[in-house]
Write a protein that binds this ligand. Structure first.
Ligand code: ZN
Length: 141
């Protein structure tokens, strides 16, 4: 499938099928003025099905958020019509203000100003724990 080639922008490839809309929301892509293309259920030899997002502008991406939501996404940065950089996002060591602590006694529940910081404590199981109270974040698949 060929969508207009972008001359300056970012392509997020190998997104787990069905996860692109979640990324769209979290990365706040609806706030951009540039064109954004979301392709879902694209046939993939490696993954069976995958989603792809094409952003027609070089925006600042929060790679920690990307890596937390869907590690394995391939990011391609296109500059002047040429591939400038390509890399895969990995599970981040810590995420800030992505997950909220569910513990009602946690300091982040009572103090609104405190950032919600979670640290990766088990890479295999993808376990994240609150930096303040050690509560475990709800796991993802
Ligand atoms: Zn907590």
């Amino acid at each position: 499938m060929i969508i207009d080639a972008i001359s300056n922008g970012i392509v997020l490839d190998h997104i787990t099928a069905g996860r692109s809309m979640e990324l769209y929301q979290i990365l706040k892509l609806h706030k951009l003025k540039c064109s954004v293309a979301v392709l879902t259920n694209v046939p993939s030899r490696k993954m069976g099905r995958k989603d792809i997002i094409k952003i027609g502008e070089l925006i600042d991406l929060d790679l920690n958020v990307l890596g937390y939501i869907d590690p394995g996404i391939t990011v391609s940065i296109v500059r002047d019509g040429k591939l400038d950089r390509k890399f895969t996002v990995e599970l981040p060591e810590r995420v800030v203000n992505v997950i909220k602590c569910k513990n009602p006694r946690c300091i982040t529940s009572t103090e609104q100003e405190i950032p919600h910081i979670f640290k990766l404590t088990d890479k295999e199981e993808r376990v994240y724990r609150c930096m303040y109270c050690e509560s475990r974040a709800k796991g993802r698949d």
